[in-house]
Ligand binder design. Structure first.
Ligand SMILES: Cc1cc2nc3c(=O)[nH]c(=O)nc-3n(C[C@H](O)[C@H](O)[C@H](O)COP(=O)(O)OP(=O)(O)OC[C@H]3O[C@@H](n4cnc5c(N)ncnc54)[C@H](O)[C@@H]3O)c2cc1C
Length: 261
């Protein structure tokens, strides 16, 4: 393990003040610590943010659901507010990794990391989320920039994620049997003004499928997807699934998600 300074912040202000040089915020450590141990990343300072009380808490209103960034996956999965207002989000959180990962990993860490196969980024895009940071509010459409890349600036801390409450929504994932990361995951939300479809695991970063959104806007049913041919161009191909298989899975998972809405 490389040497680094370990600092604990008790407020957002302190966390951003402590952030200097090659620093990183440490939430659940489920991604950051293996990256350091495997020498894929090196930092001079780790700023522990788990003691910041304002990063916890889940609040629902009639229009939105706001989740503190340090909420663990198990907290989101078991929250009464989440189950009542957006049950598909609880379902998504319950399907992340294994019990150890769900007990340590956080929603903020997941979206800051923006792994191409992570689950939460698809929920953020489909549920038209607003990412509240120490500096500003970023719409999900502008937040996810590419593989492991977001719009966050150096030292910018995610404080909360605010999801629009949909009329209906569902998440269908075809998981990697070992890690449970998505080989393909499709999140569908029927919002008050639009239908949104977000896809994870299939490409270099989460994205919205405009063709599925158009089809489901006309007819919100699994049969509306029957005649759509998903192109495999630009899709991932690896030892787990070829690009053609992923294209097929997008269609199957989308039909499953709509049927479950
Ligand atoms: C075995 C295994 C299986 C997994 N399976 C899945 C899965 O099925 N689906 C899935 O989606 N994920 C999966 N994950 C990832 C898991 O969800 C992690 O919880 C997540 O990637 C990172 O969250 P964390 O809180 O541990 O963040 P950390 O590892 O602490 O941090 C990750 C990155 O985010 C930054 N960061 C953390 N919090 C903030 C914040 N509030 N503001 C700004 N930056 C921040 C850190 O500086 C770091 O760069 C798996 C991980 C493991 C180890």
């Amino acid at each position: 393990m490389k040497n680094f300074n370990f600092k604990t912040a008790t407020s957002t202000k302190e966390a951003t003040k402590l952030f200097s040089g090659r620093a990183a915020f440490l939430a659940g450590g489920m991604t950051l610590l293996p990256a350091i141990k495997l020498r894929l990343a090196a930092y001079s300072d780790l700023i522990n943010i788990k003691k910041i009380k304002t990063l916890s808490g889940i609040k629902a209103s009639s229009k939105s659901l706001k989740i503190g960034s340090a909420s663990t996956h198990v907290t989101v999965a078991s929250s009464k507010e989440v189950i009542k207002s957006i049950p598909s989000l609880s379902f998504l959180a319950d399907g992340i990794g294994d019990p150890q990962v769900r007990n340590r990993g956080t929603i903020g860490g997941s979206i800051a990391n923006n792994d191409p196969a992570a689950d939460y980024p698809s929920a953020c895009l489909a549920l038209n989320a607003i990412i509240h940071t120490s500096k500003r509010k970023i719409p999900a459409d502008k937040f996810f920039k590419g593989m492991f890349e977001t719009d966050l600036k150096k030292g910018e801390l995610i404080e909360a994620i605010e999801f629009e409450i949909p009329e209906k929504s569902s998440y269908a994932k075809f998981p990697n049997p070992a890690s449970r990361y998505a080989i393909v995951g499709v999140y569908i939300a029927k919002l008050k003004k639009e239908v949104r479809v977000a896809i994870t695991g299939a490409s270099s970063s989460v994205y919205r499928s405009k063709e599925l959104e158009a089809a489901l806007t006309n007819n919100f049913s699994a049969s509306a997807i029957n005649n759509i041919n998903i192109s495999s161009a630009d899709l991932n191909s690896d030892i787990h699934a070829s690009e053609d298989y992923r294209a097929h899975l997008i269609k199957v998972m989308a039909q499953k998600a709509v049927s479950n809405c």
